[in-house]
Write a protein that binds this ligand. Structure first.
Ligand code: AMP
Length: 304
């Protein structure tokens, strides 16, 4: 089979309508391109769970709070199309910005309060831009299922809340974070790291794993857990931490005490590159740490 690349909203609507009228279910994987094994994991799941896999590739201008970040975001459409072809994607939807935003956008989606903390505090307008473009894509493609990575946990929480509050007829599927063998979460932005920066980048995940161990060992005070993680990060002065928070996994609000599953999330700058990562941490794992560790080490590339 050949992956078909379409650039216009009319074309993708027609193509998807044809698929649906022959009884096929539709899976959508929204991306900004520069595809890597993290995206592949979403795509492969969409291929397995639905009959027609659609990958959107669109660097969405309205979710960038800094123009330099938008301008230098990696773009490699023909490589991405080959990547999709190799994974048997049916349709790639790669619109130009003028196709998605033919005139200045007047309607926006605000999702409160999940977008208030963490990245929401440091990237004004980011989640408004994300929610707006995802709603546009869901309206254009009308998939049965849409796939998002746990790597962007706050984005996932924003989208889940938007889908629930606006009664959107789509199932949101969460896909675990894919990592390098040294723990660094795969990201299109990793390619901006210099070799020296790349060497220290896994410390972000190491700090999160230390926090997870403390929680599994029974720590209940967020400040104490944060301090353990901060101690790891302080070993690398090149890492400029933006935030490290312990939040409720559903609402993304900071917790006063750890009494159930929490998400430990951070954002940090290394040189000119901003990276994010997070881990779901469960105090109940204190009872069975050995099982927990064994079950997590699924493959060398998934150190979560
Ligand atoms: P992006 O192209 O960065 O906007 O990401 C598109 C989708 O891929 C989002 O749902 C991300 O959460 C997901 N994604 C990005 N990196 C990873 C990763 N390392 N593991 C799993 N999913 C990821």
């Amino acid at each position: 089979m050949t992956t078909r690349v379409v650039r216009s909203i009319d074309e993708i609507r027609n193509a998807v309508t044809r698929e649906r009228s022959s009884g096929r279910t539709i899976g959508l994987v929204p991306t900004m391109g520069a595809l890597h094994a993290g995206h592949a994991s979403l795509i492969d799941l969409a291929r397995r769970q639905t009959d027609c896999a659609v990958v959107s590739i669109f660097v969405n201008p309205i979710q960038f709070d800094r123009t330099d970040d938008y301008n230098r975001y990696p773009r490699a459409l023909s490589v991405d199309v080959d990547f999709c072809q190799a994974r048997s994607v049916d349709l790639v939807f790669a619109p130009a910005a003028a196709e998605m935003y033919p005139h200045p956008q007047g309607a926006f989606v605000e999702v409160a309060p999940v977008s208030e903390h963490l990245c929401g505090r440091f990237r004004p307008g980011h989640f408004r831009g994300v929610a707006t473009v995802v709603l546009k894509l869901l309206n254009i493609v009308q998939p049965d299922r849409a796939y998002f990575g746990e790597k962007d946990a706050q984005q996932l929480a924003v989208i889940r809340r938007m889908v629930a509050d606006l009664n959107l007829p789509v199932t949101i599927v969460e896909v675990p974070t894919v990592r390098e063998p040294d723990g660094l979460a795969l990201s299109s932005r990793n390619q901006h790291l210099t070799p020296g920066e790349r060497r220290i980048a896994p410390m972000l995940n190491r700090a999160l794993r230390v926090a997870r161990q403390a929680i599994a060992a029974g720590a209940t005070a967020p400040e104490g857990v944060k301090n353990e993680a901060l101690r790891i990060l302080s070993q690398a002065p090149e890492i400029r931490l933006e935030y490290l928070e312990i939040v409720d996994p559903g609402t993304m609000q900071p917790v006063a005490a750890i009494s159930g599953p929490v998400r430990v999330a951070l954002a940090a700058w290394i040189g000119n590159t901003r990276l994010i990562d997070n881990l779901l941490c469960n105090p109940e794992e204190a009872q069975a740490p050995a099982v927990e560790q064994g079950s997590r080490a699924v493959t060398a590339s998934r150190v979560s």
